[in-house]
Write a protein of this length. Sequence first.
Length: 212
Amino acid sequence: MKNFRTLASRCALVASVGMALISGHANAQQQFVNVLTGGQSGVYYPMGVALSQIFAKDIPNVRSTAQVTKASAENLNLLQAGRGELALALADSVSDAWKGDAEAGFPNKLDKLRGLSATYNNYIQIVANADSGIKTLADLKGKRISVGAAKSGTELNARAIFKAAGLAYSDMAKVEYLPFGESVELMKNRQLDATLQSAGLGVASIRDLATA
């Protein structure tokens, strides 16, 4: 396996403006906090589970859950629609959502979003099979690659990186739009040559691939 980091970004914790932020009057009625995460093989899900457990344990009258999603873009649209209280998302996806970037999956400005924190450094990691001949971005031409779920934060990162490198999806032999875990399974079965995953270091999917 060959793994090369190409870009660091930020993962942000975002809230809906309609969220009843926990305060001194929270004892009056039960609060429900749904944390929007990502796929179970990524970083967002375990982090979201940990956050929801902390909320439920340490804040009076709070019920909290972590919801599996397609990550950044879906999370932000769900927040805007009032179908979640907190979400994890890539900072550049948050920026696209706030601007209403249609190509990024946000035909309208999402004006109910509020950033809470820059949560951790996020790395765009490209992993290729050692026998694929892939050593640089240019070597991806004619190869089979997964770029993340369609219009996810990972896929938006892939578009930006390929554009900067003078590449397009049409240069690839095959482009799959798959979550991290499914991409890894195809890599194991030699059905893909490479996968691009935008995640924190130590993400479970890439650790799984490395040990396999």
